[in-house]
Design a protein around this ligand. Structure first.
Ligand SMILES: [Zn+2]
Length: 268
């Protein structure tokens, strides 16, 4: 009797060893599967945002699994969102940047794990449009979306934010008419954003989309224009795109048949 009892214990011990070994191999593998360092992840689409779908179901806690860098907004279109170094901020229409709680949800966000692959030096002084033209000439290819980071001191930046909305939601183009505009001079901070190929129009905005956050994380917003001097632009090409569409009545019932994103290009 004593002998067989010991045998059982031995069996349990070895079953436990095998289970722990298998789980330690399988579980980390699963986590890594969700975090691809070359993927651009976004919630909802710009067309839906343009149509007034201002409530999403993804929390910032969930969003952090897909990136430490990016831009977008929060539910009810309550300001401009900036993600940098794993922290997420919203610049509300009063121009103040707040840290976003993990439980807050987003209606539109594009995030990635930023890895500086190439630095493009732009010599001279230029406005936002000239900076875009200059960058266009130096991109390795225009067929991948790029995450873009520009750190430095900027002589002048013109940024905007939008106010929190209440249902029934108006289209984004109407809301943008009430935007707050802020002018920042000799300001240190980081521009965070993306350049998206034309073929993604509707899913995202085509071309450049940048948000700014000051070094002290006190203010920022969606970039409208600026004066740039000898900037270093860091880029990171993304070959893998993931889109999570909101399974909400608001999204289901939105009219996305028209080219709503084209309207957004007028206000970006
Ligand atoms: Zn924006």
């Amino acid at each position: 009797m004593v002998y067989s009892y010991r045998l059982k214990l031995k069996h349990y011990f070895w079953i436990a060893v095998v289970l722990i070994t298998v789980l330690s191999v399988v579980l980390p593998g699963r986590t890594q599967q969700n975090i691809s360092f070359d993927s651009l992840f976004q919630t909802s689409t710009v067309s839906a945002l343009a149509a007034g779908v201002y409530d999403g179901e993804t929390t910032f806690k969930e969003l952090k699994n897909y990136g430490n860098f990016g831009l977008g907004t929060v539910n009810a279109l309550d300001g401009e969102m900036i993600g940098l170094d794993g922290k997420f901020y919203q610049v509300k229409s009063n121009g103040v940047a707040y840290t976003i709680p993990d439980s807050t949800k987003t209606s539109f966000a594009a995030v990635t794990f930023f890895k500086s692959e190439k630095v493009i030096n732009l010599q001279g002084t230029m406005n936002y449009q000239q900076m875009q033209q200059s960058l266009e000439r130096q991109l390795p290819t225009k067929n991948f979306p790029y995450a873009i980071r520009i750190q430095g001191t900027f002589p002048y930046l013109k940024v905007r934010s939008v106010g929190k909305q209440t249902p029934p939601y108006r289209p984004l183009v109407d809301v943008a008419k009430d935007q707050s505009i802020f002018e920042l001079k000799n300001v240190r901070g980081t521009l965070v954003g993306f350049r998206t190929p034309n073929y993604m129009q509707g899913i995202n905005v085509s071309g450049y989309h940048l948000h700014f956050i000051t070094e002290n994380r006190k203010t920022g917003g969606h970039l409208l224009d600026g004066k740039f001097q000898n900037v270093q632009v860091e880029i990171d090409a993304k070959s893998d795109i993931k889109i999570a569409l909101p399974k909400t009545t608001q999204f289901e019932q939105a009219d996305l048949e028209d080219d709503k994103a084209a309207e957004v290009n007028k206000i970006k």
